[in-house]
Ligand binder design. Structure first.
Ligand code: AMP
Length: 365
């Protein structure tokens, strides 16, 4: 077995015909594979689910657990570069993969963003604004953190939370303790509750040469903790839009990031932009770029990890993207009439499951 990270040669490029490895086989992996195919690149998808939606659109697929180091090694050896749609691979598995193949984004960016505490501390050190936060590793710390907050809070597990899972709103020290106990020993952070005006995000890319490209920030609406709708243009002023893109550039440079990432923002009632979290991957709030931009977030990510020049992120239309969730997919015929419909090839329309999305365009305002 090799023992050191495979060095990434300077000017490393995956040429047409090469193979992009994608860890994770959901809709993001599926749309990445479709974008890669359009650029003449092959994909190999690694997922722990035998019926992963992305397996339907890739030439090579590996179904194995995310901690199976030997299958990960086979996967790495079959690819020219490996990237992620699922960023919660154990650190040991990422380090192991990196011994076999260049990994983009790299282990450092993934380690920082996998853990809400290291992520928030990192954001704060960059001089960017976040909600106040406290580390919580015991019931007593949950109580003390709530007292220090002087107001309502949200307790979140440090790792493996998404779509509101591993999160609880708390309005008293007792509730904070109860919520911590419900996490069954998982360490957490307590964040101050932000009374934001609305939510927005910046989807941006950084190339291996440090080039930077950001899409227009959409305004995002959630229902039951799941993204319902992303709208561009957002209500952000030109100054806030520039600030949002500058925040993304600061983060991308500091992480030495290669690929597409998203920065989720709370827009305060005073106009302040607070960073909620960083997603080290393509993002649901960037799906509208498939129709409204010359180069979608998926193509942009493939370009970046393959060492190609970044594409133009300019938006040529206004757009509203809505997720198709659970049984809403049964109405696929009327959805297909209403806009650009994407269905992800998932069999079971479980409640809360993202089955597809629709993007509706309007002339640019
Ligand atoms: P997250 O998993 O951190 O992205 O949180 C999911 C959603 O919960 C966010 O998009 C917000 O709508 C809400 N939320 C998370 N953290 C806070 C907070 N500190 N204050 C208010 N709302 C929050």
């Amino acid at each position: 077995m090799k023992t050191r990270d495979k060095p990434v040669p300077e000017n490393f490029i995956v040429e047409p015909g090469g193979t992009i490895g994608i860890v994770g086989g959901g809709q993001l992996g599926r749309m990445l594979a479709l974008a890669a195919a359009r650029l003449g690149l092959k994909t190999c998808i690694y997922s722990d689910a035998a019926d992963a939606p992305a397996f339907q659109v890739t030439g090579q697929a590996i179904a194995a657990p995310y901690d199976d180091l030997s299958r990960l090694a086979n996967f790495g050896d079959a690819c020219d570069v490996v990237t992620f749609e699922f960023e919660n691979l154990p650190a040991e598995a990422i380090a192991h993969l990196a011994q076999h193949v260049p990994v983009r984004p790299g282990a450092y960016a993934l380690a920082i963003t996998q853990d809400r505490l290291t992520e928030k501390s990192f954001i704060e050190k960059l001089g960017l604004k976040t909600a106040p936060f406290f580390e919580v590793s015991s019931a007593n710390e949950a109580r003390e953190a709530f007292v220090s907050l002087h107001g309502r809070g949200v307790l979140k597990t440090r790792r493996l939370g998404y779509d509101g899972k591993g999160q609880a709103k708390v309005a008293s020290a007792e509730e904070a303790v109860k919520a911590y106990d419900s996490f069954k020993g998982a360490s957490a952070i307590l964040e101050g509750f932000v009374d934001f005006s609305y939510e927005a995000s910046v989807v941006a890319a950084r190339g291996s040469d440090g080039a930077f490209a950001a899409y227009d920030p959409p305004e995002n609406e959630h229902e039951n903790h799941i993204l319902r709708r992303s709208t561009v243009p957002s209500r952000l002023t030109e100054g806030q839009t520039d600030e949002a893109k500058a925040i993304a550039k600061t983060i991308g440079d500091a992480l030495e990031y290669v690929g597409v990432f998203a920065v989720e923002l709370f827009v305060g009632r005073d106009g302040d932009l607070l960073v909620n979290e960083i997603a080290p991957r393509v993002h649901n709030s960037g799906h509208w770029t498939l129709e409204a931009c010359q180069c979608s977030q998926f193509e942009q990510h493939i370009r970046a990890v393959a060492g190609w020049p970044l594409g133009d992120p300019a938006r040529h239309a206004d757009a509203v993207m809505e997720n198709v969730i659970g049984a809403e997919a049964d109405a696929w015929e009327s959805l297909a009439k209403s806009g650009a419909l994407h269905l992800y090839g998932k069999k079971d329309a479980k409640p809360g499951r993202k089955m597809g999305h629709v993007t509706r365009l309007k002339s640019k305002s």
